[in-house]
Design a protein around this ligand. Structure first.
Ligand code: NDP
Length: 508
């Protein structure tokens, strides 16, 4: 007889063989993505499926389960059953599992990167340099946090208080399509590290790497029910997770409208809520900046991942005295960016994630023209030759001459579109930068550190970068204010979110 673990690994290797064999970019093979519930891969209980489309080619390449509240209920039951044993493990034991998850992704690095690029349209080079390394780091970072997590004590003359930090039970994690495994793992890892069991839903638009992660969990022998991954539509599976009375905390990243809806359901149920929502981030360029470095980094901050990063700067304010020089250099750099097949090594912008999102972005470009905007470069859909001829591509677009109060400057477009606006002084730029309903991130470009600090203090944002962008230390608090969300992720903030603090007072 084989021990159970060996059988499990054998089965998973067999499943890998099926997926790996089929997983060759360009082949017209269909993949079947499955839910991961109670340690097993399975179809939706209803048997229904949804097609998954590769945005670079507009071809259907996979099916995912169209799950509903019955699948969520099965996952919650599995998570509840797994919770007593998982929560009793030592931090070191949980650390070992999370380390193995990181190793498991790393072992299949290329497969994860190809899947991420195929699913989302992002350049393969970006998936290899950012998304997959970050997912691995997320698991390693929270693995060590599991071992090092400690709590406070408060001494009184006649007593000692100590804080017990206990896991919540079953946590719900819901993530978006723009950085699929990067953000999925950013939630799951701290939830598991603190001893919770998890019911998680990736975006139905980008399910592939979450499915590969479930295979990794089977391979490494993660106990059944500790992590459950359910695929399907947001308003069915996502909503069922939010509504389930046994799920005590919801960690959500996505759009502000969805966040409001989730809050309206979860708040009356007194669930813990972490909401990471949209942004309309300002980039502030002063005339004393390090010019070359600023231009190249502001291009990156505007167009990385086709502008589909919540932290991208989509409103660039440039000091009047530098405006014309900056505009000329910036537009020249943007025009050099190659848009096209995500698989080609020199591609800088891949496909927009879906037809619906592609149409939304194009409609904003049209809107900007009616608002008086002048398109300095881009502004059009693009049809690359060859296998990507039917894909959803948009040229990187730079616009000027728009009032800061117009819709193009106020609403989140979440695509390769940015607007240049001149400013006279600090107070004017702060007024324009803070005029939006969002408050996620900001970048400031100047060699005057006092000026940079004044802006950092007064800007309405949860994250401020000075002379850099997306320079991340995983220990720092991450999140937004205003309509960009509530709560903070990252480091100890995440460890605290996924635990309840209980004060114990012992009188001498
Ligand atoms: P959505 O809000 O549409 O979706 C996010 C997730 O929520 C998806 O898994 C979605 O499922 C699910 N969902 C949709 N409806 C519901 C519902 N009623 N109840 C529960 N879950 C639901 O966002 P997008 O996927 O379009 O992502 C883009 C948005 O995410 C942008 O606004 C961007 O700014 C924001 N974002 C914020 C970040 C931050 O850290 N602040 C980081 C990254 C993105 P499905 O896709 O299957 O419908």
């Amino acid at each position: 007889m084989f021990p159970k673990q060996t059988i499990r690994i054998f089965i998973s290797k067999f499943q890998d063989a099926i997926v790996t064999k089929n997983f060759s970019v360009g082949l017209a093979t269909m993949f079947k993505i499955q839910n991961y519930i109670n340690g097993k891969l399975q179809n939706a209980l209803s048997g229904s499926e949804i097609n998954s489309i590769e945005p670079a080619t507009a071809h259907t390449f996979a099916t995912i389960p169209k799950s509903n509240e019955s699948d969520v209920a099965a996952a919650v039951l599995a998570a509840k059953n797994a919770f007593p044993a998982w929560s009793k493990l030592s931090g070191e034991q949980r650390m070992m599992y999370l380390m193995k998850m990181a190793d498991g992704i790393e072992k299949r690095f290329d497969e994860f990167a190809e899947a991420e690029s195929k699913d989302s349209g992002k350049p393969l080079s970006l998936a290899k340099s950012v998304d997959i390394p970050r997912a691995i780091s997320n698991f390693r970072f929270f693995a060590s946090a599991a071992q090092q997590f400690s709590s406070e004590s408060h001494a009184m003359p006649d007593a000692i208080n100590f804080t017990l930090r206990q896991p919540i039970g079953v946590a719900g994690c819901i993530s978006p399509w723009n950085l699929p495994i990067y953000l999925f793992s950013w939630k799951i890892a701290p939830a598991l590290a603190t001893g919770n069991c998890v019911v998680a839903k990736p975006s139905e638009i980008t399910p592939f790497t979450a499915f590969l992660l479930s295979q990794v969990c089977i391979e490494i022998g993660l106990p059944a029910g500790v992590l459950n991954i359910i695929h399907g539509l947001g308003n069915e599976v996502g909503q069922a997770i939010v509504e389930h009375s046994e799920i005590k905390a919801i960690s959500f990243t996505g759009g502000t409208i969805t966040g409001k809806r989730i809050a309206s359901i979860a708040a009356p149920m007194f669930k813990k809520l972490s909401l990471e929502l949209g942004g309309k981030n300002p980039t502030i360029v002063f005339d004393d900046c390090d010019f070359e470095n600023t231009v190249s980094n502001v291009v990156r901050a505007s167009f990385s991942n086709q502008g589909e990063i919540c932290l991208c700067g989509s409103r660039i304010f440039v000091e009047e005295s530098l405006y014309e020089k900056f505009k000329t250099a910036f537009v020249a750099e943007v025009q050099k960016l190659k848009v096209g097949d995500p698989l080609e090594a020199d591609t800088k912008l891949g496909a927009i994630v879906s037809q619906q999102h592609f149409e939304k972005i194009l409609s904003y470009i049209e809107l900007s023209k009616t608002e008086g905007g002048k398109i300095l470069c881009g502004g059009n859909a693009l049809k690359p030759e060859g296998r990507c001829a039917n894909g959803y591509f948009i040229e990187p677009t730079v616009i000027e001459n728009l009032p800061h109060t117009c819709r193009t400057q106020q609403e989140e477009i979440f695509g390769p579109v940015t607007v240049l606006t001149p400013f006279k002084n600090e107070s004017e730029v702060l007024e324009m930068a803070n005029s939006v309903p969002y408050g996620l991130a900001c970048s400031v470009w100047t060699n005057n550190i006092s000026k940079a600090n004044r802006i950092a203090e007064k800007i309405e944002a949860g994250v401020v970068w000075i002379n850099c962008w997306l320079h991340r230390d995983l220990r720092t608090p991450f999140g937004g204010i205003k309509q960009s969300g509530i709560g903070r992720e990252g480091g100890m903030e995440a460890m605290r979110f996924f635990t309840e603090a209980k004060n114990v007072c012992i009188k001498y």
